[in-house]
Design a binder for this molecule. Structure first.
Ligand SMILES: Nc1nc2c(c(=O)[nH]1)N[C@H]1C(S)=C(S)[C@@H](COP(=O)(O)O)O[C@H]1N2
Ligand SMILES: [Mo]
Length: 591
């Protein structure tokens, strides 16, 4: 079969058939009604977080509350006992835990720029964390391999995957309370991602400025330990904290080795790790830097990214607790009023800044539901350029081998249920026609036999669903290059629009627009086989798209036609695809 491309069939594409595609699309709303959101999906919540122990025992993390409390009581008892021992007292005397260098450096409080940065950091983290939790809720399972096999996850906040063979990742998603998640609604990942990636961009900018100022002003001495003594000092502080016998000497409450270690870990380890693991989840990047992405697969990256979140949450809790229990109002003066002393100025500025933070917190979800297009546009403006840059870095996403093929490949999306599709399916797709038209010199109509007669193309690649799961499969079919040679797009053609036989969850046909330059990519193809078998109903029979530089939602299944266009403003809602029109995704999503 392979190699011998037959002469282009001479069946012209009928103009009515073509117009029909566009007429079957719907526009999507510009505001969100939670009751009808995402195909009126019920707001099902998850379960308490569980961690897998051994093959299939699950530990409910809520047990950590009583266990942690018990552990703390024991630790306090041990620490109190230790402080009564002579050698320990000598140890604490030798390593009191304070940092003399910082005492000199900070007599007058911290510089004002640090106060502003601290505030911005805190403000942005609210949205980063809330939207991050929302993103996890869209696929509430974490894995250590790129296969995302049910039962093999190490963490979940969802019941075990049901045995329904057509269970979808969308059905698996969970809702969050609207003031915890951002925006809370089930399957609102499109908007959550704009919040997450948009505010992360600002947070990283703030972080770069912070690094630069830190090292040009000498303030770095506060957060970077310069002697190994920091470790015994930190141990000493830990014993002092746990024994609940806290000295009130200003130097001690101002700054100590344990704090310094925690700040160092947060600023120089956790933050960069968040960035690297975040990028490690992107199809545009992760498959390109194979040396990195082999150990740091998308799921390892996702799991570590989550653990960084846990670190941040623990750090924030402990940090805030200590500030409020040991050195008020001094520390607020230093951080918020750029001055030392025991006055109340810092507290007032702090309360004012908290009012801003709380207002932002409360407004974020209602604003998003009322103005989702603004969030969509602002998010794209912030991260679109970076995203496009990544698409152009190196146009060769990776391929995998037979042994990398995933034992389980999640299903996703809305299954087609029209009489038209049923008829095609029942007739074994003998009446199926793929129509390719629009800005092309040679519109064609191909049945499956003709498609299978075109040069055969095969690839083993990784699928990245926007929700977070991944899987490797072998795809067999026709390279889009072969299709381009056949239909010859005109120079004005800038986008290839793929129309499905199936509707989306809010009615109207599923469709998606792809930039034309990605159509000639060596791994862009129309697949009719998956893992050496004809494509199953669930995975897109009889034909689906693979464009490996993009996320899963762009891989249109059950394709009925392809239209080449100059732009997509007149198609559907005009945002470049079904999810873009209805769920506020971006038209390029390689991140
Ligand atoms: N026609 C159509 N194509 C679709 C979807 C859909 O809902 N309808 N869902 C998309 C999403 S979100 C993903 S992740 C992939 C899932 O493909 P799979 O079911 O083969 O894993 O299909 C994509 N293609
Ligand atoms: Mo997806």
């Amino acid at each position: 079969m392979s190699g011998e491309a037959p002469a282009p069939p001479d069946t012209p594409v009928s103009p009515e058939a073509v117009r029909k595609y566009r007429s079957e699309l719907t526009e999507g709303e510009n505001a969100i009604d939670p009751a009808t959101w995402s195909g009126s999906v019920p707001q099902v919540y998850g379960i308490a977080p569980r961690v897998r122990i051994g093959r299939n025992r699950w530990f409910n993390l809520l047990w950590l509350l009583p266990l942690g409390f018990l552990g703390l009581i024991i630790a306090v008892a041990v620490a109190k006992h230790l402080r009564g021992l002579g050698p320990v007292q000598q140890f604490i005397q030798a390593y009191p835990g304070t940092i003399p260098v910082s005492r000199r450096a900070r007599r007058g409080g911290l510089p004002a720029w640090l106060g502003w940065q601290h505030f911005l950091n805190l403000f942005l983290l609210i949205f980063i964390i809330r939207s991050g939790i929302q993103i996890i809720g869209d696929h509430p399972r974490l894995y250590w391999t790129r296969h995302s096999t049910p039962g093999r996850e190490w963490f979940r906040v969802q019941k075990p995957v049901p045995s329904d063979p057509l269970w979808t990742a969308k059905k698996d998603s969970v809702a969050l309370p609207g003031q915890v998640g951002l925006p809370g609604l089930r399957h609102s990942i499109g908007l959550a991602r704009w919040w997450h990636l948009g505010t992360v961009t600002l947070w990283l900018l703030n972080g770069v400025v912070f690094y630069v100022l830190l090292f040009t002003t000498g303030q770095w001495r506060l957060v970077v330990p310069t002697s190994w003594d920091v470790f015994p000092n930190a141990a000493s502080i830990l014993i002092q904290y746990l024994s609940l016998d806290w000295p009130t000497e200003p130097a001690w409450v101002n700054y100590n080795s344990l704090q310094q270690l925690a700040y160092f870990a947060t600023v120089f380890l956790a933050a960069p790790l968040a960035l690297v693991t975040g990028l490690g989840m992107s199809p545009a990047l992760s498959t390109r830097f194979r040396r990195i992405s082999k150990p740091l697969s998308i799921q390892v990256a996702r799991s570590l990214h989550f653990l960084v979140l846990v670190w941040f949450l623990v750090f924030i809790t402990v940090h805030v607790t200590l500030v409020f229990t040991t050195n008020l109002p001094r520390s607020l003066n230093q951080m918020y009023a750029a001055r030392g002393g025991d006055g109340w100025t810092g507290l007032w500025i702090f309360l004012a800044s908290m009012a801003v933070v709380i207002a932002g917190w409360i407004a974020a979800t209602p604003f998003t539901l009322r103005h989702p297009r603004v969030v969509q546009r602002a998010g794209y403006a912030l991260i679109g350029p970076v995203q496009r840059l990544f698409e152009h870095l190196d146009a060769r996403p990776g391929e995998y081998t037979e042994k990398d093929i995933s034992p389980y490949f999640w299903h996703n999306g809305q299954y087609p249920d029209s009489p038209e599709y049923r008829q095609l399916y029942d007739g074994n797709f003998t009446d199926y026609r793929l129509r390719i038209h629009g800005l092309v010199d040679n519109p064609v109509e191909l049945d499956l036999r003709q498609l299978r007669a075109l040069a055969h193309h095969e690839q083993i690649t990784q699928h990245f669903c926007i929700q977070g799961w991944s899987g490797v499969a072998k795809w067999g079919g026709v390279s889009m290059r072969t299709i381009l040679d056949l239909v010859k797009p005109k120079p004005e053609a800038k986008w290839a629009v793929f129309y499905s036989l199936g509707d989306g969850p809010d009615k109207g046909r599923y469709y998606d627009a792809h930039p034309i330059e990605q159509m000639s990519h060596h791994l862009t193809m129309l697949a009719y086989d998956m893992n050496d078998h004809p494509l199953s109903f669930g995975h897109g029979a009889p034909l689906r798209l693979r464009n490996e530089a993009q996320l899963g939602f762009k891989q249109v299944k059950w394709i009925q036609g392809i239209e080449f266009v100059a732009d997509f403003a007149q198609i559907g809602g005009g945002h470049g695809g079904y999810n873009q029109d209805h769920e506020f995704f971006g038209y390029r999503q390689s991140l």
